[in-house]
Design a protein around this ligand. Structure first.
Ligand SMILES: Cc1cc2nc3c(=O)[nH]c(=O)nc-3n(C[C@H](O)[C@H](O)[C@H](O)COP(=O)(O)O)c2cc1C
Length: 422
C-alpha cells in the first residue's frame, strides 16, 4: 500500500455521523483521516445508526462511539462539553437537512446538536441529501445562517443520487472532505467568543513573551534517555493564546508530538541545558512563562556509546542537578522580565509546595496543578489550576487547557498593565 503523508498527525477530529444514505462514506472517511495520523472520535445520531453500526465506527476509529446525551458513563468519563471541545475540529458527515436545521437555529435536544452548540471549535459540514431537500428555501436559509455563523462546508457535489434523482446534494467524496479538513486545520481552530483575549489582538500588542513547554530528555547514552509524561499541551496552548493576543511569542519546546502553534517563533530543544541556553538567547522579554516540565536531574557523564548489556552487573546511574531555569530567569538583573510565571506540578500538598516554590524561585506567579495519579492532567486535555501569588491563592474550576491558556494570558496582560511596565 502506498505511504500516505501524515498531514493530520496528532490532530483530533470529532466526527458526527447523521442519518443519510451517505453515512457509509463516513466509514471510509474515518479510515482516510486515521491513515493521515488524525485521532477520530465518532458521534452517531439515532438516524445515523439506521445506516451504519456503532461497531463499524468504533472498530475503524479505535475509540468508543458516542450516541446518547444522557449517558451516565460518558458524563462521568467525558462530559458532553469536554467532548465538544477536546477536538481540534468538528466534522459533520453526512450533514443531514435535519442536523443543519437544528444547528442553524441553536437547538440542542440530542447529543449531536448539543455538541454543535457547545463547541468552541470550527465546524466543517459535508451536506448530503436529496436535491429537492438541498434546494428547499428552508435548507438554503439554514446554510446561509450557518455560513454566517462561521461554519465551513465541503460540498455538496452534483451527481446522481441514491434516490435516482440528479443534481446538487450528493456528499463529497471522503478524500475531498479530508482536503477540506486539512485546510480548516491550517488556520485557527478555535472560534473566539466576544470579549475573549483571542478576539482582542491588542491585549499584548508589542509585548515579547517567552514560553517553555513540554518535557526535557536527558540522555543516558546515545539511544536512551530519562523523560517525563508532559505532552506540552498546556505550554503550547498558552503560546497560541499569547500570539492571538498580539504578543511576539518565542516558544521553546522539549520533544513533543503535538503540532507547533500558529504564529509563534519555535525553538526546539532536548535537554534542560539546551532549554536554558535557548531561554537566555530569547530574552529580553516582558513576560516569561515556564510551563515546561524540566527534568530536575540529568545523568552525570552520559555515555557517548550505547551501554552494552553484560552478564556481569547492571549499570548504575549517578544523577546530577540540572540548572533551575525559572529561578535563573527570575533572578536575572538586567534581563529580568517584568512578569515571571512558573508552573508547579505536584502530586501532594499542592498549595504548600506552590507557595514555597514562589518564594524560593523569586517569581511573580505560580500556576499550580495537581498531577497525581488519576488526575489525567499530564498528557490530558483539561486542567484544574490554582494561581498562587504573594496576594493569595485563586482556584479555577476544571477547564480545557485552551481555556486555562486564554485566562492566564488575560491575567498576565492585567498584571503587566498593573506593574506599570510600558
Ligand atoms: C432511506 C433514507 C435515507 C435518507 N437519506 C437522507 C439524506 O441523505 N439526507 C438527509 O438530510 N436526510 C435523509 N433521510 C432523512 C433523515 O434520516 C431524517 O431527517 C432524520 O431525522 C435525520 O436525523 P439526524 O439528522 O439526526 O441524523 C433519509 C431517510 C431515509 C429513511
Amino acid at each position: 500500500m502506498a505511504q500516505v503523508e501524515q498531514s493530520l498527525r496528532g490532530r483530533k477530529i470529532l466526527l458526527i455521523v447523521g442519518g443519510g444514505i451517505a453515512a457509509y462514506k463516513a466509514l471510509d472517511l474515518v479510515r482516510r483521516l486515521r491513515e493521515r495520523g488524525a485521532q477520530v472520535r465518532a458521534v452517531l445520531t439515532p438516524a445515523g445508526r439506521e445506516f451504519v453500526t456503532p461497531l463499524s465506527l468504533a472498530s475503524l476509529s479505535g475509540q468508543p462511539v458516542h450516541e446518547s446525551l444522557f449517558s451516565l458513563t460518558d458524563e462521568t468519563e467525558m462530559g458532553h462539553i469536554e467532548l465538544s471541545r477536546s477536538a481540534d475540529l468538528v466534522v459533520v458527515a453526512p450533514a443531514t437537512a435535519d442536523l443543519m436545521a437544528k444547528a442553524a437555529n441553536g437547538l440542542a435536544n440530542d447529543l449531536a446538536s448539543t455538541l454543535l452548540l457547545a463547541t468552541d471549535k470550527k465546524v466543517l459540514m459535508a451536506p448530503a441529501m436529496n436535491v429537492r431537500m438541498w434546494l428547499h428555501p428552508a435548507t438554503l436559509r439554514n446554510v446561509a445562517q450557518l455560513r454566517a455563523d462561521g461554519v465551513l462546508f465541503a460540498g455538496p457535489a452534483d451527481g446522481e443520487m441514491a434516490c435516482g434523482e440528479f443534481g446538487p446534494g450528493r456528499m463529497s467524496e471522503p478524500l475531498e472532505i479530508v482536503a477540506a479538513v486539512e485546510q480548516a486545520l491550517a488556520g485557527e481552530t478555535r472560534i473566539p467568543l466576544p470579549g475573549d483575549a483571542a478576539t482582542n489582538s491588542s491585549l499584548l500588542k508589542g509585548r515579547r513573551v517567552v514560553i517553555t513547554s513540554g518535557p526535557t530528555h536527558e540522555p543516558i547514552d546515545p539511544v536512551r534517555y530519562i523523560a517525563n509524561r508532559s505532552s506540552g499541551r498546556q505550554g503550547h496552548a498558552i503560546a497560541l493564546a499569547a500570539a492571538r493576543a498580539g504578543a511576539h511569542v518565542t516558544l521553546i519546546s522539549g520533544p513533543v508530538s503535538i503540532p507547533d502553534p500558529a504564529g509563534v517563533e519555535m525553538r526546539k530543544v532536548e535537554t534542560a541545558r539546551d532549554m536554558l541556553a535557548a531561554v537566555d538567547a530569547a530574552l529580553p522579554a516582558d513576560i516569561f512563562i515556564g510551563a515546561a516540565a524540566v527534568a530536575d536531574w540529568r545523568v552525570e557523564g552520559a555515555a557517548d556509546r550505547k551501554i552494552k548489556k553484560t552478564a556481569a552487573a547492571s549499570p548504575s546511574l549517578t544523577l546530577t542537578e540540572n540548572p533551575d531555569i525559572l529561578a535563573h530567569v527570575a533572578a536575572g538583573t538586567a534581563n529580568r522580565p517584568s512578569l515571571v510565571v512558573g508552573f508547579a506540578a505536584e502530586t501532594d500538598h499542592l498549595l504548600d509546595h506552590a507557595r514555597a516554590k514562589l518564594a524560593r524561585k523569586g517569581c511573580d506567579l505560580i500556576v499550580a496543578n495537581d498531577v497525581g495519579t488519576g488526575t489525567g492532567v499530564m498528557g490530558g486535555t483539561s486542567n484544574t489550576v490554582h494561581l498562587v501569588s504573594r496576594d493569595g491563592v485563586e482556584s479555577w474550576p476544571l477547564l480545557d487547557k485552551d481555556e486555562v491558556a486564554r485566562r492566564l494570558v488575560e491575567r498576565c496582560a492585567m498584571l503587566l498593565a498593573g506593574s506599570g511596565s510600558t
